[in-house]
Design a protein. Structure first.
Length: 222
């Protein structure tokens, strides 16, 4: 039987690689040099886990003490840099990997928070943060509105997956069963949202209001 610490580490490293690729692809699309690509790879792949570890007191964070996290991030960045055309052609599979990475991180984040005796609610929220933290930091560095604030059920999927892990823990279920159920739920929600365009309701501005906002923006100094 695989130890729970090893299981969480595998999920962490798997999610790190997938999200590091997403960071590298975003960097290439912005025409960053290879150093910038590697920086974005590390940020996207690790800042969710770093934020979680700092908040639960697991310091120094695993991403800064275990060389495998840096190695996985650099590998993802180099693969994307040298094989970008191939990675770009795999747009649909990359989206699937992104959904899988979100599931990995949400499950691992919630499980690690539970190991540090956080309350169920806080463990679920930290699982969500682990899943979305790297992508948010990546988008902020690229001066974009974070995808998590406008993308199809991104944070909701992470929260749902993490919540199932927490509920399984409270009910005394095997961590393997809880992890599989939580990961599958997170992946299914995210994939379904991408496939069918599912999203939460958004505020709708009237045409007059939108015109007023545009006029106001035009008056701002650039």
């Amino acid at each position: 039987m695989i130890a729970i610490e090893t299981f969480v580490r595998i999920l962490d490293l798997g999610g790190t690689f997938v999200f590091a690729i997403s960071g590298a692809v975003a960097a290439v699309n912005r025409r960053l040099d290879i150093f910038g690509i590697l920086v974005l790879s590390f940020v996207a792949g690790n800042f969710g886990g770093i934020s979680r570890d700092v908040l639960i007191g697991a310091v120094p964070p695993a991403a800064l003490t275990d060389g495998r996290y840096l190695l996985v991030s650099v590998l993802a960045g180099l693969v994307t840099f040298f094989l970008y055309a191939g990675v770009d052609r795999l747009h649909a599979p990359v989206l699937l990997f992104d959904a899988a990475g979100l599931a990995f991180f949400a499950v691992a984040g919630a499980q690690k928070a539970l190991e540090f005796n956080l309350s169920p609610v806080m463990a679920a929220l930290l699982g969500m943060l682990t899943g979305i933290g790297g992508g948010m930091t990546r988008d902020v560095l690229l001066m974009d509105i974070p995808q998590v604030l406008r993308s199809d059920l991104y944070a909701v999927a992470a929260l749902a997956g993490a919540s199932i892990v927490v509920v399984g823990h409270v009910l005394g279920a095997s961590y393997g069963i809880s992890a599989v159920a939580g990961g599958a739920t997170c992946f299914g929600l995210r994939f379904g949202a991408m496939r069918y365009g599912l999203r939460l309701p958004a505020a709708h501005l009237s045409a007059r209001h939108r015109a007023g906002v545009r006029t106001s923006d035009d008056r701002k100094p650039h």
